[in-house]
Write a protein that binds this ligand. Structure first.
Ligand code: TXA
Ligand code: MG
Length: 340
């Protein structure tokens, strides 16, 4: 999978942006500096590359990722801007501000990158190396901080290598990052802008640009309140039946691997996450397959057991959330588990 790659380290120079862009276009994982922290980049439109990224970080669950773009024109192809978002982007991009916005109708970013949500986080970083790479690649790049899950965010290329050597393709060394903490995240979803994560851009500067005070964050913590706070985890309307070994009458089947579940021939619809049993491919297909089966108007979706290894852990985490009965308290529980 992503383990045991020969990770190349290159100084940022005239040639490195083109090399990085080529690696991204081939589905590679490329760490590069932004003004906040080093990001681990992948082509946001390539679900398989995004799945490899989650596997390389060892994230036990699929958090939605930030799509990095070269300029506001590129951001407009991904998301819809309300008046507040326009103002903030004009005032602070490029810079350490991430906006969570409604996805555009024809948004090309993979479902896995946004964790199946109808919203998308976008930012235009302010670092010459990041900007050159984004200009050369000419497409959206998802980039969580370039560290193993649970470790601190890296501010030098050496930090990145210490965590991810052998798990990613390329590190572009552009020296130490300036800001050192992650971008501030604001949601602009029609109502008053909501501070989801304090970060490199101060509340005071945001309030000055908006000419209004931001609502207090719900918790005094630097842990992101997103996305549980928005109460918008992707969940299919159709009931999921997990660990299913046989298909019941009227059900659709979400399969995995080459062996057919018993009764598969009677399923109302069948999609296979990976017919070869490749968990990275399965992760890349997860949200889009769930959406497609959800649209099939069936009583329930039988989901075969998925191995609890590697990125399979994150797949099972998402399936368990999608299968959980939705009660009034569930949003609150969700929020707590997301902010850990
Ligand atoms: O400074 C930064 O923002 C760095 C550099 C590399 O750009 N990136 C970064 O990414 O911190 P990451 O993946 O560590 O944090 C992204 C945060 C997550 O907490 C995620 O929940 C939130 O953004 N997020 C992404 N999409 C979201 C959405 N649609 N709704 C709410 N929150 C979202
Ligand atoms: Mg992080």
């Amino acid at each position: 999978m992503t383990i045991d790659l020969a990770t190349r380290m290159m100084p940022a120079d005239a040639a490195s942006a083109a090399t990085a862009a080529r690696a991204l276009a081939e589905g590679g994982l490329v760490a590069f500096p932004t003004e906040t922290v080093y990001g681990l980049g992948a082509d946001a439109r390539n679900g398989r590359a995004v799945a490899r990224l989650f596997a390389a970080k060892g994230r036990p669950r699929f958090n939605p990722l930030i799509s990095h773009v070269a300029d506001i024109a590129a951001a407009r192809r991904l998301a819809r801007f309300d008046a507040a978002a326009e103002r903030l982007a004009t005032a602070f991009w490029p810079g350490p501000l991430t906006l969570v916005l409604p996805k555009s109708i024809d948004c090309p970013v993979s479902e896995l990158a946004t964790a199946g949500l109808d919203t998308i986080a976008v930012r235009v970083p302010d670092h010459p190396v990041a900007r050159e790479i984004l200009a050369a690649f000419a497409g959206p790049v998802v980039a969580p901080s370039a560290n193993r899950s649970g470790h601190v965010s890296p501010t030098t290329a050496a930090h990145v290598l210490a965590d991810l050597e052998g798990r990613i393709d390329l590190v572009i060394d552009g020296g130490a990052t300036q800001v050192g903490i992650e971008s501030t995240i604001l949601a602009c979803l029609g109502g008053a802008p909501l501070l989801l994560r304090p970060g490199g851009l101060s509340r005071e500067r945001i309030e000055a640009a908006l000419e209004t005070e931001l609502a207090e964050p719900a918790r005094a913590t630097d842990a992101p309140l997103a996305p549980g706070m928005l109460g918008s985890h992707y969940a299919p309307r159709t009931r999921l039946r997990l660990e299913a070994r046989a298909v019941e009458p009227g059900e659709a089947l979400l399969a995995f691997g080459p062996v057919a579940a018993s009764g598969a021939e009677h399923a109302r619809a069948v999609l296979n996450l990976s017919s070869t049993g490749d968990l990275v491919e399965a992760a890349a297909n997860l949200f889009s397959h769930l959406r497609a089966l959800d649209a099939a108007s069936v009583a329930s979706i039988a989901v075969v057991p998925i191995p609890q290894e590697g990125i399979g852990e994150a797949i099972n985490d998402r399936l368990a959330r999608a299968a959980a009965p939705r009660s009034e308290g569930s949003e609150v529980r969700d929020q707590k588990s997301e902010t850990r």
